[in-house]
Design a binder for this molecule. Structure first.
Ligand code: GDP
Length: 333
């Protein structure tokens, strides 16, 4: 259930990979030189092993990148969307294709040159064939240099994506200081995981409650959308693939610094943006009187909210009902 990109290995650039392969080739060759063999046989033997070693170091390294990179189309939609937003799915796929092409070609050339070297008539010829092989590998790697650089950057971006489980998920929204993180902690226990999300410096908080995943997204669903740039908007929209239910929190006391009207305006925006049903929790009811709560409820009904719960995250009021509501209403669609 981890971030599927965490296993991607460090991507070596052509020079680094070539240097690594040549080093290993030289090491193997120096072992082979110790053997007692007639001079021509030995020259062929040494060069053949060098070529095979270089070929397999390069081909294996490229293949490993392919093997450890999850196929985008098989990923949960949320991660697919992240690849699209952060690096572009088509370019990512094309780059992986270049790795495959180069890996297979280097392996094939390795076999070809090993065969030719075994038939060499002089040690000079064997050496010349090996040099020719090295030159061809270098130029293959140079050819995919842009793709290697692209995948290296993509990996940097993707490896820090948050880790979400494939569970029914409640995404929490609402202005800052309305009580989102207090509630998340109360409902899911102390060990709320803080994950990074590439579009916000604040990190995304994830907790679990009876096989329900709860996600608090500081910096994303806590201010009006007109303040957002395109990338942020896409990052917000990607949450659609995660959310089975949106929990919008309203601070009845307005101590958060936003009026009820402002909070309801944000709620309206979020309602339009998300496909998942919305439940509103009026929070901090310990700080206001019954009458005020009624007023807020009326206003919410006017904008078409039909499910409203009244809670105090801090004092632990109404949380059992909220829990029961989640369990009854949060199914994987
Ligand atoms: P977030 O920014 O939405 O995550 O808000 P926090 O969870 O950090 O809460 C902001 C402030 O409101 C904190 O000082 C909380 O202790 C306080 N708070 C949260 N819920 C309640 C509540 O139900 N009643 C009272 N009195 N204070 C609350």
């Amino acid at each position: 259930d981890a971030n599927p990109f965490k296993k991607m290995p460090t991507i070596l650039m052509p020079d680094e990979l070539m240097a690594k392969a040549l080093r290993r080739g030289e090491k193997v060759a120096s072992e082979m030189r110790k053997k007692e063999l007639p001079w021509l046989l030995k020259a062929r033997f040494v060069e053949e092993h060098k070529v095979r070693t270089i070929a397999s170091v390069v081909a294996d390294n490229l293949q490993k990148v392919i093997d450890k990179t999850p196929p985008v189309r098989k990923l949960p939609k949320f991660y697919q969307e992240m690849v699209e937003v952060l690096v572009g799915i088509d370019d990512f796929k094309k780059s992986m294709g270049a790795f495959k092409w180069a890996s297979e070609l280097v392996r094939k050339l390795g076999n070809e040159y090993a065969r030719k070297i075994r038939a060499a008539r002089t040690p000079q010829q064997a050496g010349k064939l090996r040099k020719e092989f090295v030159g061809r590998v270098k130029s293959i790697l140079e050819q995919i240099h842009p793709e290697m650089a692209f995948v290296a950057v993509a990996r940097e971006k993707l490896k820090d994506l948050p880790t979400f489980k494939d569970l029914p998920t409640v995404v929490i929204a609402g202005y800052p200081n309305v009580g989102k993180s207090t509630l998340l902690k109360k409902l899911t226990g102390a060990d709320v995981e803080i994950n990074s999300y590439p579009f916000t410096t604040k990190g995304i908080n994830v907790g679990y409650m009876e096989a329900i995943q709860m996600v608090d997204t500081p910096g994303l669903l806590d201010r009006p959308l007109y303040e957002r740039n395109d990338i942020e908007l896409q990052a917000i929209l990607a949450l659609n693939y995660l959310a089975n239910l949106i929990l919008f929190i309203i601070d009845a006391s307005e101590f958060c610094g936003y009026t009820i009207e402002e909070q309801i305006n944000l709620l309206k925006e979020i309602k339009e943006l998300f496909k998942a049903p919305i439940v509103v929790a009026i929070n901090k009811i310990d700080l206001v009187d019954e009458e005020r709560i009624k007023e807020i409820e009326e206003k919410l009904k006017e904008v078409g909210v039909d499910k409203i719960l009244k809670i105090s995250a801090d004092k632990g009021i109404g949380l059992e009902e909220l829990k029961r509501f989640f369990i009854a209403n949060c199914q994987i669609n």
